[in-house]
Design a protein around this ligand. Structure first.
Ligand code: SF4
Length: 259
């Protein structure tokens, strides 16, 4: 792609993201505001004349998750769900059957966060209902001795990424305020982040799940346990042992009896 086309794509993508923030009534992150100024500036008007010398290999950085907008403030999940509405704030809405907001106890002590809905979740409009969801339910009910409806289960993005790919940073940036608002309303004692994408979104940093799982972290002062996604466990049954160790740590933190 030549420099002119690349700059135009950056401009239109920045405009699209800013429209999404405007629609949500949120202040766009500095990075996007700066991006628009950049796109409006002389570089766009003269795409063949970059303002700084280039070797032609630089790429514009993706929006940082740390730049995600502040989350909207609502008193209840019902009010937040109404605000999310028939959301079209990012491109993922085009491929969804149902928006998967999340489900469970609004006063849950424990929240599980995955990355995004899969095929079954998209079809049913509920989180973690396919094979990996059934495994998560067994972990909650058989392993922890809780009922599924005692905890809260949701994802970073609420609409299914095509082909179950990871959500893009810009999609995550636009949707993340909803997850943050859910967590603020629920105020859990512990968050269990399932897989790398959920850990990165909540911790705002690159994360190597194989290396870093099992070590307590914090999301806004709430203890966060990173562990493998159930879909990974279905492909790698040997990983069930370390996940059980992580689950036991969560139970100890919650004061639940570990059998
Ligand atoms: Fe809206 Fe999130 Fe769905 Fe994107 S993924 S359309 S931001 S609800």
């Amino acid at each position: 792609m030549n420099a002119s086309k690349e700059l135009k794509e950056i401009f239109f993508e920045t405009k699209r993201l800013l429209s999404a923030y405007e629609e949500m009534g949120l202040e766009p992150p500095m990075l996007l505001r700066g991006g628009l100024e950049f796109a409006k500036g002389p570089v766009l008007q003269k795409p063949g004349l970059p303002s700084t010398p280039s070797n032609g290999t630089e790429k514009s950085p993706p929006p940082s998750l740390k730049d995600a907008a502040p989350s909207p403030r609502f008193d209840s999940l019902e009010a937040l769900r109404a605000h999310v509405g028939d959301c079209r704030r990012c491109g993922l809405h085009t491929g969804r059957t149902n928006l998967v907001f999340g489900e469970g106890n609004e006063e849950a002590r424990l929240v599980f966060v995955g990355e995004g809905p899969g095929f079954d979740e998209d079809r049913e409009g509920r989180p973690f209902v396919g094979k990996s969801g059934q495994l998560l339910t067994r972990i909650i009910e058989n392993g922890m001795g809780l009922k599924r409806n005692e905890v809260y289960i949701c994802n970073v993005v609420k609409c299914r990424p095509p082909g179950n790919r990871d959500p893009n940073p810009d999609e995550t940036c636009v949707c993340l305020p909803f997850l943050k608002a859910q967590l603020r309303i629920i105020g859990p004692e512990v968050i269990c982040a399932l897989g790398r994408v959920a850990c990165q979104a909540l911790l705002g940093t690159a994360f190597a799940i194989t290396r870093d799982r099992g070590h307590w972290r914090a999301y806004e002062d709430i203890p966060l346990m990173p562990t493998f996604h159930p879909a990974y466990l279905l492909r790698n049954p040997a990983a069930k042992r370390p996940v059980w160790d992580d689950v036991k740590s969560i139970m100890e933190k919650l004061g639940l009896e570990v059998k």
